[in-house]
Design a protein around this ligand. Structure first.
Ligand SMILES: Cc1cc2nc3c(=O)[nH]c(=O)nc-3n(C[C@H](O)[C@H](O)[C@H](O)COP(=O)(O)O)c2cc1C
Length: 197
């Protein structure tokens, strides 16, 4: 049986995206799946320096081994489904998440070069939940969703049914929204079903 990887991306412990990650995990477990969790703030991830080393074979990152970026990639590459929960910071994803995203340049390079291990991976779904404090704003999530799509795609992971919630600011705001919680729980169950197939 596979597992569902649940990634929480907020620097703030016990906040809204942690609550979303809990709901994803609960839904997946209710579906009968194994769940493996990671809160990005518990990992050290160095930012990409744009050195260009990964552009040439073997497309390795010079920082691999100096931090936990590869461990986090392994978690997602091995998963039957991924669920990610993040706040919006200045209309995008928080810096600790963006640092990890930029480190996927080596995976992008490997995918472009036709890396057989990546090519052999089945396409799997990524369920995302984004929370933002502002109650309105048409473009609040657009940039983040594009970034998530292109971050996960080289890993064989396709963004499906992103859940976005506005006006969620103080810790506890998400849990006070019963409809939002039900939607995240249901997405967690769908992620769990993927691990049983
Ligand atoms: C540095 C920072 C930047 C933020 N930028 C935005 C923003 O651009 N738009 C918005 O709607 N909310 C913004 N917020 C509010 C958070 O998205 C909101 O508080 C969210 O619920 C935090 O999620 P968490 O509890 O999982 O950390 C920002 C918060 C912080 C700390």
């Amino acid at each position: 049986m596979g597992y569902v990887a649940v990634v929480a991306a907020s620097p703030r412990a016990g906040g809204n995206s942690d609550a979303a990650a809990d709901l994803f995990a609960r839904g997946a477990a209710e579906a009968g799946a194994q769940v493996r969790r990671a809160a990005l703030r518990d990992f050290r991830v160095l930012p990409c320096t744009g050195c260009g080393a990964c552009a040439v074979p073997p497309h390795a990152c010079v920082l691999a081994g100096d931090d936990s970026a590869e461990e986090l990639f392994a978690l997602c590459l091995g998963a039957s489904a991924v669920a990610v929960a993040s706040p919006i910071y200045f209309y995008h994803l928080p810096a600790l998440f963006k640092a990890w995203i930029d480190r996927a340049q080596s995976l992008y390079a490997r995918r472009q070069a036709g890396d057989p291990a990546l090519a052999a991976l089945p396409r799997r779904p990524v369920f995302a939940c984004l929370v933002a404090g502002r109650p309105r704003g048409e473009q609040l999530f657009g940039g983040s969703l594009l970034t998530l799509k292109y971050f996960f795609s080289p890993q064989g992971l396709d963004l499906v049914e992103p859940l976005v919630f506005r006006g969620i600011d103080e810790p506890g705001d998400l849990l006070a929204d019963a409809d939002a919680c039900a939607a995240i729980l249901a997405a967690g169950r769908k992620a769990g079903a993927e691990a049983l197939r």
